[in-house]
Design a protein around this ligand. Sequence first.
Ligand SMILES: [Zn+2]
Length: 347
Amino acid sequence: MKKSRQQVVSGHAFLGDELAFVPVDILIENGVIAAIEDNPRAPELWICPALFNSHTHLGDTIAMDCGITGDLEALVTPPDGLKHRLLRAASRKDLVGGMRAAMAEMIGRGTFGCADFREGGIDGVNALKEAAQGLSFLPFVFGREGGETVAGGLGISSTRDMPDADRLVSDAKCAGKKIAFHAGEKDHGDIDAALAYEPDLLIHMTHATKKQLRHCAEEGIPIAVCPRSNWMLGVASSSRHPPLALMEDLGCTICLGTDNVMFVAPDLFSEMAFVSTVYPIRPAAVLKAAVQGSGVFGRSFFIRKGNRANLFITDPAGSALRFSRDPLSTLVKRGNSAEIKTNIFSW
Ligand SMILES: [Zn+2]
């Protein structure tokens, strides 16, 4: 008989998608959370669900902080935006090394997966798979230019840049791939066209109308928002864009992403701190948005019985965090000060 692998972790855990903070023992058997039992004497460690970054472009790590002097088109719009020129000029070795370094950085900060828009066709997707080899990290890849045939999904820059999207989308859907679009980044004009394809994910929705958001809520279409990227690129300058409070009121599935590594670090603690500073939404909703992409793209990281155990443990005693009167708010606002002691990755 095969011996089962058992592990017990004890501490104060953020449980379920309500993220209730409870002192518990968590029994993990063969990577699955087999039981969660109250333990009033659990040590003062914080047990947090792993984070999932719902929108990245890992490939442009090689163009990190190359200078933001243009607008959206000049920087990131295919085929000749600055990032595309830099990507074409990079060696494959540097490209793979850059993506691997970005993923390693994320793991160190409690993020165990991401949904990436990968440029460069089939070879581009394979380069990302190669970069992830041996890491405790799971990238879900949206390919393009043929890359979708070897990836989990098709990622479309915007319906504006892709007039022949009909055939691409129907081929990808027939092959069982997920479909994602950038939409509503600088105005709401490309959102209805994206919604018409019944996508699995929309990215940005910075300038979405109430009607468009209601449609997403009713159809259960998750939205990956990337507020820091929006501010950096000058497409947002107030708490109304992206309309996070309205999204929450309408019951949208909000996921947090960090977008282009070239100008925003793929660090969800920084993204959560920014969101909680600018946008009037509850800390629990912010942390939930930093986790729930895991369920959209694979297995939910929320800590509940029956889920795989994907979590990290921080020790507040190692920093000023031990003085927190509200650990959930503290994790969201200043999680970057947390000392991460243990990662448990059981995808
Ligand atoms: Zn993007």
